[in-house]
Write a protein that binds this ligand. Structure first.
Ligand code: MG
Length: 303
């Protein structure tokens, strides 16, 4: 292998994409991924509040009619809802995509009682997520409003990795994972980049620790494409989508709602998981949801 080929193939390899600042090198990775890109299916998922409908059955009927294949419930009281959700999904082409948080306390709490509350409730949700066949349970290490919080130091990062290791190993035993969600600095100072979340996954040394990207929160990542590529096949387990100006339905913020570069990365990664709606709407839900799904499918084709 000559030097140039070696450099190109190294850079195409998963996490090291983060070091490639040249658009030319990133583009060169695309050639080998073209075949996978053509065949990668867009798997759309809805959180529970997205579809119109007076109850879960009506919502799932609506989703099924639109070809939505994933359902993302909140984690709150999930153990008590396992039967209800299993029965509602029976015989449908819809699976639980991920579980959105729902635990009490937080992992970086200074107060041992608050940390213990996180440990107990998160493990209950993980066990229920495994029963439901979820790809994982989404978590944020600490929101800005949560305090007292451990300081943003190297020791805290090491503590976080150790704790995530234990949690990830527990999740694997329950046939699921935990999924770190980076936010932006207005919401969470600690974790703000997809690549940072991926590095924490790596350093947690557990295959049960994964991460995600949320098109709404990804305001500090300078490139949607590079953000997803930096997590790569090994760590990228889920994606959230919303409009990019006001966090409403994709398309409601017009020109801002461009997901093509991010979708291109997902196609090149042959991403096998879900892109899940996490947003409100300013319009008539019946119309805005349909328009958003159409926009996503159109942009997926363009990617
Ligand atoms: Mg999100």
């Amino acid at each position: 292998m000559n030097r140039r080929k070696f450099i190109t193939s190294s850079i195409c390899g998963a996490a090291s994409v983060a070091v490639a600042s040249s658009a030319g090198l990133l583009t060169s990775c695309a050639a080998g991924a073209e075949k996978a890109a053509k065949n990668t299916e867009l798997r759309i998922s809805f959180q529970e509040g997205i579809a119109p409908g007076k109850d879960l059955k009506e919502k799932l009927d609506y989703m099924e009619n639109m070809g939505i294949v994933g359902f993302e419930p909140g984690g709150r009281n999930l153990a008590g809802r396992v039967n209800e959700i299993q029965q509602a999904l029976a015989g449908r082409n819809i699976k639980v995509s991920a579980i959105c948080a729902g635990f009490k306390g937080f992992i970086l709490a200074e107060d041992p009682a608050v940390k213990a509350e996180f440990d107990t409730t998160m493990r209950e949700i993980i066990a229920a997520a495994g029963d439901l066949g979820s790809t994982g349970v989404i978590m944020v290490p600490a929101f800005n409003w949560q305090s007292p919080c451990k300081p943003h130091t190297l020791e805290t990062r090491e503590f976080l990795c150790e704790q995530l290791h234990e949690l990830g190993e527990y999740a694997l035993k329950q046939n699921t994972t935990i999924i770190l969600e980076p936010l932006n600095r207005r919401e969470a100072h600690y974790l703000r980049l997809v690549s940072d979340a991926a590095a924490i996954c790596r350093d947690s040394k557990s295959a049960g620790v994964k991460c995600m990207g949320d098109f709404w929160h990804m305001q500090e990542d300078t490139s949607d494409y590079a953000a997803f590529m930096s997590a790569g096949k090994e760590y990228l387990q889920h994606v959230h989508i919303a409009s990019r100006g006001r966090r409403i339905m994709p398309g409601e913020d017009g020109e801002l709602d461009n997901y093509v570069e991010g979708f291109r990365a997902l196609k090149e990664l042959d991403y096998p998981y879900y892109v899940s709606f996490e947003c409100g709407t300013k319009g008539e839900r019946e119309q805005t949801v349909k328009a958003a799904v159409e926009l996503m499918r159109k942009q997926w084709e363009q990617a």
